[in-house]
Write a protein that binds this ligand. Structure first.
Ligand SMILES: [Zn+2]
Ligand SMILES: [Zn+2]
Length: 504
């Protein structure tokens, strides 16, 4: 195999040494593209991390990467002291189709890469991994822990091999300025490198409880000044203000840690800006998971009494895909043990299915819900429900709604799978406990959809949604974006809005 090694450049080394200098080697992070093609060379990232998951500067020479189907002995890698222990190995090839993991030996321990699906099927789009929610020193929030914009981009790109990020710094409550806004855009311009590493511009616009809570705004194009509706606005007024400044489709808003007490993300119908403007919700961050009340990794801060979990929002009839982010206030997506104690759960991540490795590709992928959320591990998930892709919506006749649906899911983790569950309208309707790190699920749902359909809180639609959630023994999780089925109106049925639903 003809491989080439690429080390980090001197500027990256200096930035990492200044702000994220790691100690003794503790683990190997091995990152491969989630989709690879048989016979086509690709790049593997290897970074040796310390116990806080900062890149080690202590040197390592007992590292072996098993880099392909035939590579039983592995390739020796070495790292010198006083340099970040990071390398990109170009030219790795897999010949056999199917799910693979690479292995890396470090100090007698084996670490696996994220799974890759090697497939010749060109319909399987590339998957680009990112953290849409990084805070830097611009946030003036936890300034003792946050780091610079340079570090944010360099650590994400070089130490953790992410494909894209958003520096989603706070603007509300007087925490931004014209200068900070310009600094964010300068970093976006400096580091955006289509095909290599993408900067998705955005910021965090905080709102009050019952007004939508904390939301991030993501932008396709330049926005001369940020819009902040902190004191008196809500998700709808924020969307309207942005809509007056930007072309249609050039921004979207994403609620996050929606179960946070006080500033929770309950979204009454009168402030819901619509699925075009709010296509996804951040289901997990280092704060914890907001999927449903009672979930095993809730926000460490406690949870709101309001109906503000993701399950509540889906039940209202909002079509929301899922993203994961970190909300890191150390500026380091994978750092652990150095965040504030209430922001120290496993990192949330977003996987975007797109063949367009550019800002536009990432932006449109999320806007179209062609994405999924993960926590801790870059897991693979693909779900088809009677042919419908995850994140899509299908209108079905009453007759079709009464026919069985087939749920097919392909799932793989870095560590072994613990469970794979199919959720329909907030309920687990099927679960499996597979052995090993990969599985395929095939389940027929014979329940007539019209018997279990929910009614949107404005009475406009009867619908059902499905998603698949998988967990690993390593604490990893993945959530497919919900697939929604909307029942076509039955002849003669009069849809009456349900009143009083917002008076919780
Ligand atoms: Zn903050
Ligand atoms: Zn945040």
């Amino acid at each position: 195999m003809d491989v080439k090694l690429e080390r980090t450049d001197p500027f990256s080394n200096r930035v990492l040494a200044c702000e994220a200098r790691g100690g003794d080697a503790c683990e190997a992070m091995v990152v491969v593209p989630t989709i690879t093609r048989p016979g086509e060379p690709f790049t593997v990232g290897v970074s040796i991390l310390d116990r806080f998951r900062l890149p080690s500067f202590e040197g390592a020479d007992d590292v072996r990467l098993s880099a392909g189907d035939e590579d039983k002995d592995g390739m020796a890698l070495s790292f010198s002291a006083d340099q970040p222990a990071i390398v990109r190995v170009h030219g790795i090839v897999l010949e056999r189709e199917g799910l693979h993991r690479l292995a890396c030996r470090l100090n007698g321990q084996t670490f696996h890469s994220n799974p890759t699906l090697c497939t010749a099927d060109s319909r399987r789009r590339q998957i680009l991994w990112g953290d849409p929610h990084i805070h830097t020193i611009l946030s003036d929030c936890h300034p003792d822990r946050c780091r610079s914009l340079n570090l944010a981009c360099i650590a994400s790109r070089d130490a953790y091999f992410l494909d894209w990020v958003t520096l989603a710094d706070h603007v509300s409550n007087g925490r931004s300025s014209k200068g900070k806004w310009k600094a964010m855009w300068t970093a976006v311009d400096l580091f955006d490198d289509p095909g290599g590493f993408v900067m998705l511009p955005g910021y965090e616009a905080s709102l009050q409880g019952w007004s939508g809570g904390d939301n991030n705004v993501y932008l396709l194009n330049d926005l001369p000044a940020y819009v902040d509706e902190y004191d008196s606005g809500n998700t709808l007024t924020l969307a309207k203000e942005l809509g007056e400044r930007l072309p249609q489709g050039a921004f979207f808003i994403v609620p996050h840690h929606t179960s946070r007490p006080g500033k929770h993300g309950a979204i009454p119908r009168e402030i819901y800006p619509g699925a075009d403007v709010m296509p996804v919700v951040e289901i997990h961050s280092k704060w914890g998971t907001s999927e449903f009340r009672g979930n095993p990794t809730p926000l460490k801060h406690g949870v709101a009494d309001a109906p503000s979990f993701v399950r509540d929002l889906l039940a209202q009839g909002y079509h929301l895909g899922f993203v994961g982010g970190t909300d890191t206030h150390t500026t380091l997506t994978f750092a652990r043990g150095i965040e504030s104690p209430h922001i120290d759960r496993l990192p949330g991540l977003t996987a975007v299915q797109t063949n367009e490795f550019s800002r536009r590709g990432i932006f449109r992928g999320i806007q179209r819900r062609q994405c999924y959320a993960a926590c801790g591990e870059r897991m693979l998930i693909d779900v088809r429900i009677s042919g419908a892709r995850m994140g899509s919506e299908r209108t079905v006749s009453l007759e079709a709604a009464r026919r069985a649906r087939t749920v097919r899911a392909q799932v793989a983790g870095i560590t072994d799978l613990e469970s794979v569950e199919i959720i329909r309208n907030g309920q687990v309707v099927h679960s499996a406990t597979p052995e090993g790190w990969k599985t395929e699920l095939n389940w027929r749902d014979t329940t007539p959809l019209d018997e279990v359909a929910l009614t949107a809180d404005d009475g406009a639609a009867r619908f059902a949604y499905y998603y698949v959630r998988a967990t690993t023994v390593g604490g990893g999780k993945v959530w497919s974006s919900p697939t929604r089925f909307v029942l076509a109106c039955e002849p003669g049925r009069v849809v009456r809005p349900r009143v009083g639903l917002h008076a919780f």
